[in-house]
Design a protein around this ligand. Structure first.
Ligand SMILES: CC(C)(COP(=O)(O)OP(=O)(O)OC[C@H]1O[C@@H](n2cnc3c(N)ncnc32)[C@H](O)[C@@H]1OP(=O)(O)O)[C@@H](O)C(=O)NCCC(=O)NCCS
Length: 321
């Protein structure tokens, strides 16, 4: 017979939750030392849990066993319409001593979320097989990957048959065309992303304004003198999708890459990705982060081949069917 009690998360639970989170992160960093060391410290883990708790609309549950908090779950809605009537569990929003217990915590907390009409559920889970299995048995599936790799320690050899160079203002027409390639691809099966696709005119106007922005580096790959692909690198600080425990220190970011459909599979994606890796090394970053939709059959195969290792899984569940 179970001796645990589950009750709503309260402010007084923050310290115990931070202790559980720091412990989870210590184990996670054994697999991924590039994840930030700071949050192994309970005081800094507390900052993250407090952030999750203080997010507008946050709610959740704790498990208490023998007077001790042994698990917690905290979630809050994101205002963006892209995610539907949603509730999000961020990286600092859950930690359990026993993976199986996340199911009890979700069972308790999700009742109110669904009652409030929040039927699109998202959770960022470390790549811990038992924890992911427990979430899968709550009908969650894998939607998105967060990944990291160290910068290359020796210069990468140049690509064969391809020229990779920095983009110039004269490239704006092809850069704009390539901007549409990613959302067009992700609107198709099996991604079915609902993200909007800009018009070519909007993409050109965007590039006219941003091409000289020194915070971003843009590379173009050419084959037989024709531009066939592009990639963008920047500091990971520029990305809103990587935060707290899921944000390696001093990291570059492979934020965008696209190759024209007719030119895929001949190494341009690798050459562009490697240009961002090399730029990150030359800039002084320690690692490079990227992320992808796991249903994107192209990027989900290309980026692991470039040495990226998945750190977090974003899982998703849509209630009602
Ligand atoms: C993702 C993308 C940029 C990759 O570019 P690409 O030129 O097709 O990729 P490459 O030919 O350089 O292949 C990259 C690596 O993936 C591997 N790969 C590609 N397709 C694969 C497949 N179906 N199965 C297994 N591996 C595959 C290649 O073998 C290569 O690894 P290797 O160099 O070790 O052999 C390109 O497919 C694209 O534009 N996709 C649509 C937009 C997009 O998804 N952008 C990424 C946003 S996250």
């Amino acid at each position: 017979m179970s001796r645990h009690v589950i009750r709503p998360f309260e402010e007084a639970d923050l310290a115990a939750a931070a202790s559980l989170l720091a412990q989870r992160h210590r184990v996670h960093r054994k697999r991924h030392p590039l994840l930030p060391a700071d949050y192994e410290d309970e005081r800094l883990a507390l900052v993250e849990v407090t952030g999750a708790w203080e997010t507008e609309g946050a709610s959740g549950a704790v498990m208490v066993e023998g007077g001790e908090v042994t698990g917690y779950l905290l979630a809050a809605p994101k205002p963006s319409a892209v995610w539907g009537p949603n509730i999000w569990v961020e990286a600092a929003g859950h930690a359990v001593r026993e993976p199986e217990h996340i199911r009890d915590l979700y069972g308790a907390a999700a009742a109110q979320w669904v009652e409030d009409g929040r039927i699109a559920h998202y959770v960022l889970v470390p790549d811990d097989a038992e924890l992911i299995d427990a979430w899968f048995r709550l009908a969650f599936g894998s939607q998105h990957a967060h990944a990291v790799r160290p910068v290359p320690d020796t210069p990468l050899p140049p690509a064969r048959d391809l020229v990779v160079r920095r983009a110039a203002r004269a490239d704006i027409p092809v850069l704009a065309e390539l901007d549409l390639v990613l959302p067009q691809h992700q609107a198709l099966s099996p991604v079915f992303s609902s993200g909007g696709i800009p018009t070519l005119e909007e993409a050109v106007a965007d590039w006219e304004e941003s091409i000289d922005d020194q915070d971003y580096v843009t590379f173009v790959a050419e084959y037989s003198g024709q531009a066939i692909g592009s990639a963008i690198g920047c500091s990971l600080d520029k990305s809103s999708a990587h935060n707290g425990l899921a944000k390696p220190d001093n990291a570059g970011f492979l934020g965008f890459a696209a190759v024209l459909p007719s030119a895929r599979g001949r190494g341009a994606g690798r050459a562009l990705g490697e240009a961002v890796l090399q730029w990150s090394a030359d800039t002084g970053y320690t690692s490079v982060v990227t992320d992808w939709r796991v249903t994107n059959l192209l990027s989900s195969r290309a980026w692991p081949r470039l040495g990226f290792r998945q750190t977090f899984h974003r899982l998703h569940r849509l209630i009602g069917h």
